[in-house]
Ligand binder design. Structure first.
Ligand code: DGT
Ligand code: CA
Ligand code: CA
Ligand code: ZN
Length: 578
């Protein structure tokens, strides 16, 4: 069981106890426990398995025992029993945005709502709007959120599936009969959400590998099992397919099942021009005098067709084939290129680790600098800082910086863009910072023209170094607010304002589909984890995947610059406009 699973179970327990009207202190303990498990800096599941959890602040004996049980048995008796007291369908309600435990409790106890279908019915027939805490407006919003949720049913975010992919790849690679193992499909292409996971193995003994696959501990049920392929469900209904092929077929199957379908179609068409027919098993000659080449890996397939190797992230048939033909493919950024991060939070605002813990974690990850951008005062729900607390933070950073060598903490702020486009801090305050990230955190319902004007006004401020999570989307949960991204990019290019690629698996905002255009306009990117815990710093990997999918190179991303050069990049806009 992963720490994410354990944390999610504590979170569920808290909500179920709330539904049962249990003691709020007990509920609170589970919720805190969930946060600690999620953000603890060491290997908490290993410690739990070895009974080494004593002394972790906020984790009482009852929760320690439960973690131990989960880490050693993979389940929790207490949770199973608690869950059995409620209908299964009740859990559907928790996936609807804007429906917290309080509202769920009210709907459940007053109207007997126990499923998504029930919820829809009471929202549509007016009964929900009649109970306290639910006006017409709330009900309308809930119905919108249900519709959005249904549109994206059976999709999963990259960060949700990432640990599962790692675990399954590792298990298959350990198999003595598997010579090559890969993940294909949308996951390999770095999509921000996926429908299912497509694993591929090269083996001489498909039956043996398939038997191992269907018996993996993650598997909940087996959908289908044949001599060369199998499909299973893992948690929350996520489907995983495995196909077994021979070593000779492997590169062809890898290319085929990586997709995208559109890319495959174009590549197959190109092969025909070369007198070759291409499918998931291999090449066959379609013309006299054309012989089938020797193929060992995907690279050879592309080479045969007169193309440079196309990285999986680029295989969307959006110009990559032409670029590969003319030697014009970008050399894509890699995780190792990142030298530091901006836009992170600490306990000064809504982060779970102290400034020192965050900085040390960044240092331990091999970064050369760490930027702190806690919320500003208008984000009161996130414990935003006023001027005085910001000054205190700047003073603490100065002291901490004296302790490090070859590593620096930059002072920043994630300053709110207010409704009219003005900023939550005056210029005199912003001028004291090394950089500022400006973000929209409220009033999402403005018309597009007004929202665009609001953000452009912030962009025109010389002290705003970059714009945070440009469109405000939460993947699979909340759509973007209305904003003219193309106009924003023009304004960013004209002023030298950086656009963030927020690397949180929930956001991946600005979306990869915009980055190629942004790059062409000369807009620079900053890949920011928006970390609220030391663990959260590792989310940069999702940002890197999205950046690659957006055709970005090392030189397009400012936090690839080493310490000593990045300071200049942060100040460039001020010098030109202030
Ligand atoms: P998703 O929806 O997130 O699972 O996206 P994919 O791309 O992983 O789609 P999936 O799992 O249905 O299929 C995996 C790959 O297999 C897909 O990217 C391309 C290939 N493929 C599947 N069906 C077809 C097809 O009918 N024609 C072609 N050319 N390729 C296909
Ligand atoms: Ca797939
Ligand atoms: Ca599939
Ligand atoms: Zn934010």
């Amino acid at each position: 069981m992963t720490r994410q699973d354990a944390s999610a179970i504590f979170e569920r327990i808290a909500t179920l106890l709330e539904l049962k009207n249990e003691n709020p202190f007990k509920t609170r303990a589970y919720r805190t426990g969930a946060e600690i498990v999620e953000s603890f800096s060491g290997d908490i599941m290993k410690l739990a398995a070895e009974n080494q959890l004593a002394g972790i602040k906020g984790l009482g004996e009852a929760l320690r025992d439960k973690l131990h049980e989960m880490a050693t048995t993979g389940r929790l008796e207490f949770y199973e029993k608690l869950k059995a007291e409620f209908p299964d369908t009740l859990f559907e309600l928790f996936d609807i945005q804007g429906l917290g435990p309080k509202k769920v409790t009210a709907l459940h106890s007053q109207l007997g709502v126990s499923s998504l279908a029930d919820l829809k019915r009471v929202c549509e027939d007016g009964t929900a709007a009649a109970i306290s805490g639910f006006g017409d407006k709330t009900v309308k919003k809930i119905l919108e959120n249900i519709a959005f949720h249904e549109q994206h049913a059976s999709e999963f975010r990259l960060d949700q599936v990432y640990p599962i992919v790692q675990a399954i790849l590792e298990a298959l690679r350990e198999h003595q009969n598997a010579s090559r193992v890969e993940i294909c499909g949308s996951f390999r292409r770095g999509k921000e959400t996926v429908h299912d996971l497509d694993f591929l193995v090269a083996t001489k003994q498909p039956d043996k590998v398939i038997e191992t696959f269907v018996q993996l501990p993650q598997v909940i049920d087996v959908i289908a099992k044949g001599p060369t392929k199998a499909s299973v469900h893992v948690k929350e209904g996520l489907q995983c397919d495995l196909r077994a092929v021979s070593s000779a077929e492997f590169p062809f199957a890898l290319a085929y099942f990586t997709g995208s379908k559109e890319h495959n179609v174009a590549i197959r068409g190109r092969a025909l021009d070369y007198g070759l027919s291409l499918n998931e098993y291999g090449f066959t000659s379609t013309k006299d005098g054309v012989s089938v080449p020797e193929i060992e890996d995907e690279r050879d397939i592309y080479r045969t067709l007169g193309l440079d190797y196309i990285e999986p992230e680029l295989r969307e048939n959006t110009g990559e084939i032409e670029a590969a033909e003319h030697g014009k493919l970008p050399r894509l950024i890699e995780l190792e290129n990142l030298r530091g991060v901006f836009h992170n939070h600490s306990t000064y605002s809504d982060g779970r680790a102290t400034l020192r813990e965050m900085a040390e974690a960044a240092h331990d990850l091999g970064m050369q600098y760490f930027g702190i951008a806690d919320h500003s005062k208008a984000s009161f729900q996130a414990n935003g800082l006023d001027e005085k607390r910001l000054q205190a933070q700047i003073a603490e950073i100065r002291e901490l910086n004296a302790e490090f060598e070859g590593f620096r903490i930059f002072t920043g702020s994630e300053v709110d863009i207010l409704k009219d486009g003005s900023l939550d801090f005056p210029d005199e305050i912003l001028a004291q910072l090394d950089y500022a990230v400006a973000s929209v955190h409220n009033v999402f319902n403005l018309p597009e023209a007004e929202m665009t004007k609001r953000i452009i006004k912030a962009i025109e401020n010389p002290y705003i170094t970059m714009i945070g999570h440009l469109t405000g989307r939460l993947l699979l949960q909340r759509p973007s607010y209305a904003v003219n991204v193309s106009a924003i990019l023009d304004a960013a290019a004209a002023t030298g304002t950086i656009i963030e690629l927020n690397a949180s698996g929930w956001r991946l905002d600005m979306d990869w589909r915009w980055w190629k255009l942004a790059r062409e306009k000369g807009v620079k990117c900053s890949i920011n984890p928006d970390a609220h815990s030391t663990q959260g710093l590792k989310d940069v990997i999702f940002g890197i995947r999205a950046a690659r999918k957006g055709w970005l190179r090392r030189e397009d991303v400012i936090n690839t610059l080493p310490l000593g050069e990045v300071e200049k990049a942060l100040k460039a806009k001020r010098r030109h406009t202030a």
